[in-house]
Design a protein around this ligand. Sequence first.
Ligand SMILES: [Zn+2]
Ligand SMILES: [Zn+2]
Length: 212
Amino acid sequence: MLLLLSGKKILIDLGSGTLYRLSKIGYKIDQINILAITHNHPDHLGDFLAFLHSIKWDPSLKKEKEIAAFMPNSVYQYYKSIIKFYGDSIKPDQKDFSFNIEKVSNSIYEIEDIIVKTILVEHTKDSVAYRFEYKGKSIVYTGDTSLNLSLIELTKKCDLLISECSYPTNRKQEGHICPEDIKILIEKARPKKIIITHVNPNWSEGGESLKI
Ligand SMILES: [Zn+2]
Ligand SMILES: [Zn+2]
């Protein structure tokens, strides 16, 4: 998912097809300022290897770029294992492309005028949700998670909530949000707008409507 905020481009997660979709909407990796990874599941990391490979080898990319990369420790360990396996053939060349990694949990950072907040959520052992704030406006991205009090707190009065909604309420699964949870989030946190994402492809099998 690509967010445009304060002239900055924030890429959230790197699921399979991300690079292709980016190019389809006219963006290249060298335009990304912030990479924000939520957790270490393949549907969020399928293009991580391709992303690193492109940084290293795509001759059309501008050099001397900087990416602030936020990721939980488990994703950082995955990154290190990629570098160990592929060596210099994939390791970002810092003089061409600064890839500045921050390991996140319950964290807060400032990237110029953007505040990046993360909280640990209930999915994998170190999954995080993100809140980006800029000049009093805020966007929350849940990543994959169950509903819990800290997520409600992170979401409070945000301008835009981008929430997963993997399964219908009648097939709710641990570690994921369902429409009933979205209702609770709306009541408790009062986000101004919501975008639903990460909808499982077999949603309609249970016959439940996504209407909330
Ligand atoms: Zn997941
Ligand atoms: Zn997922």
